[in-house]
Design a protein around this ligand. Structure first.
Ligand code: SIN
Length: 318
């Protein structure tokens, strides 16, 4: 009888029992909701993006379902790091073995530095620097769109935070490899690619945008090929050393396998919770495992970057 494949992976200093993580922005308002994601099979949780001070977020409507995914413009609502601390502590008490990655949202280098210092005292394994929210003027993409912004935000967090620093990159930049290299120079231990993509939906009968803020971040199955290509770009560049976490439209185990084969060491799953329910994390893990067994692979790690090895970059798309 064939042995079960090894599913454990290590990403930027964080050990995961398997490669499927809860993404920021879904099911992470409270300790209780994050615990539900773990009960649904998530190997680790990324929190919602947390700022220094409380943020109200955007007025409704902030969310719309589309044929091929979702559009949201929440505006990073959160209670501020001091108040959110109790949710992290509560989660940690109940689930001490499950890694927590705290997503940080800042609007200035000083804010990022202070957030990094504040996170240092919290029971989290890593932080994820949000360089990619498309729904705000000052933070998110404002940092992620160019290498200098990426470097300064990551460097600021790194100064205060001694454990894993993950940089969540945006596809809305001229060259994601340059952004990734800047994140590495700033001290990132892992790269997350990508966040939602800026989009818009218009109500033809009202002749106005559906979302109160006009544009929003597009997520779900529709963005999977684009997110996958960004992971591929990073992994095939030969210029990036940090492990990559793929994110964007991952809904099934085979989607996750594609990301691993493109070079991701793990994947973040968010929108698929709406498609398949909170058990989606277990379902994806089981589907990855079934694929590995079927194809005779011994571990999830074994397929990381396999498609790159089979099709060397120079021969692809040239
Ligand atoms: C939001 O709060 O608007 C979304 C957060 C993000 O995309 O990073």
């Amino acid at each position: 009888m064939m042995e079960r494949p090894v599913m454990e992976v290590e990403v930027g200093g964080v050990w995961l029992s398997h490669p499927v993580i809860l993404a920021s922005g879904v099911l992470n308002e409270t300790a209780a909701s994050m615990m539900r994601a773990v009960e649904g099979g998530a190997a680790a949780v990324v929190t919602k993006s947390i700022s220094l001070a409380e943020r109200e977020g955007h007025p409704n409507p902030t969310f719309v379902e589309l044929r091929t995914g979702y559009l949201n413009s929440m505006g990073v609502p959160n209670p501020g790091i001091e108040h959110y601390t109790k949710e992290i502590e509560r989660f940690r008490e109940e689930m001490p073995q499950v890694p927590v990655i705290l997503s940080l949202y800042g609007e200035s280098v000083e804010e990022f530095e202070e957030l990094g210092r504040a996170a240092r005292t919290l029971p989290v394994e890593a932080v994820e620097v949000n360089l990619s929210c498309p729904n705000v003027e000052e933070g998110g993409i404002a940092f992620g769109k160019d290498p200098d912004g990426v470097y300064s935000a990551v460097r600021a967090v790194r100064r205060g935070f001694p454990r894993g620093v993950w940089a969540k990159l945006t596809a809305h930049c001229p060259d994601i490899v340059e952004a990734a290299k800047a994140a590495e120079r700033g001290g990132a231990d892992a790269l997350v690619a990508i966040n939602t993509l800026k989009g818009i939906a218009i109500d033809p009968y009202l002749a106005m945008p559906v979302l109160a803020s006009g544009t929003g971040g597009y997520s779900g199955e529709g963005i999977k090929p684009l997110a996958l290509e960004k992971v591929w770009e990073l992994a095939s560049s030969g210029e990036v050393e940090a492990p990559i976490v793929g994110s964007g439209g991952i809904t099934t185990g085979l989607d996750a396998v594609e990301f691993l084969m493109a070079g991701a060491a793990a994947v973040e799953v968010g929108s698929a919770v709406r498609r398949r329910g909170v058990g989606v994390f277990s379902q994806i893990r089981e589907e990855i495992e079934a694929f590995l067994v079927e194809e005779g692979y011994g571990s999830a790690g074994e397929i990381v970057g396999l498609a790159l090895e089979r099709y060397p970059h120079e021969e692809v798309g040239e």
